[in-house]
Design a protein. Sequence first.
Length: 403
Amino acid sequence: MKSFATRTALTSNTGVEDLIPDFDAKLISFAGGLPDPKLFPKKELALSSQRVLLDGTENPLQYHNAKGYYPLRKLIATALAQEGAAEDPHHILLTQGAQQGLDLVAKLFLNPHDRIAVEAPTYVGALAAFTAYEPTYLELPMSPDGLDLDLLERALKQTTIKFLYTVPNFQNPTGFVMSLTKRQRLVQLAQNYDFYILEDDPYKHLRYAGADLPSIRSLDHSGHVISLGSFSKILAPGLRLGWLVADDPIYTQIRLLKDGADLESPALIQQIVADYLVNNDFSAHLQQVQADYQQRRDWMLSALETNLPAGWQTSQPNGGFFLWVTGPENVDLNQLLRTEIGPQDHILYVPSTNLYASKNVNNGARLSYAGASHAQIDAGIKVLCDAFRAQKPQCGIPSVATN
Ligand SMILES: Cc1ncc(COP(=O)(O)O)c(C=O)c1O
């Protein structure tokens, strides 16, 4: 144990390991952001695998290179252009999920104690990836229209940051969407104060209402934005396939780091996904996926409306997988989960404690509705809300502002 690197002292308690527990038939999990397996296009992917393996001419079982399968990068570039964000496929690199993009970007920029800005709360897996590089965090509280840019600007007048990490659409964990005004102002700040923006956008195609907003990267023409995308939530996470978009010199450096990390993401999977996209109506698939999650969001919101005690709030997301619930000041939802709700009631959620870099906010919870059935949502939310109602505030524990 003594020979472990010092970083393991920081990474041994991230909370990611709690997201997907071992199988338990009685469990109702609102914890992990797991898509509904019924939405995985198994038959279509099986046909694509067969075509790629038996008829393909591009050696899917051979080594290729770290940038990834060019036809798939071109398909992603075409999709981005249709969304108003024209990209050169030579600026797109295929990663093992967006998660690898988080790790590679942190590896590229961070020496121990370098400062980075993160939303508060933020995605637990991003904190797990960044923390391994021992940064100093600047936390920027979230509002329904995005992170606090006044606080960022005040901080930038006194200190520098290497990069700012944001999930602009249906943020994990709050479900909030960054407004266009804030996107534009953030780009301006990055250009003026010369820091990078790491835009992590796995939920943008899961919008149930309202119009899409331009990506942050499409608003910048100065190379200050690195974007991450993923097939996990819209196709299947088991593919472990995502993409990173960046200009040089970042792109080249990331590619070199990926060589060292894993040489390349699996070529077979990349070719299967390219074949799937060419031979199927992906827009129709997306519509089906959106409708399914919208329905689950409605079930959960309606169960919360009936059961949530006075003094508790929930966000009302128009997309994505998550609701953000906050209780009265000083309630400790981390303790509730670990001592009662998890072991006795077999219900899981993600306590806010793990979603703040500071780990000092305990009265919030992320609830995922993506993988639960109507019956599980109704039963689980009822039990959860009864437990919330019985909570006695703990003295001296800082709390999160509700929204
Ligand atoms: C905001 C965010 N970024 C990245 C990831 C990781 O996604 P992937 O499966 O593409 O690695 C997730 C997964 O939940 C996420 O919510």
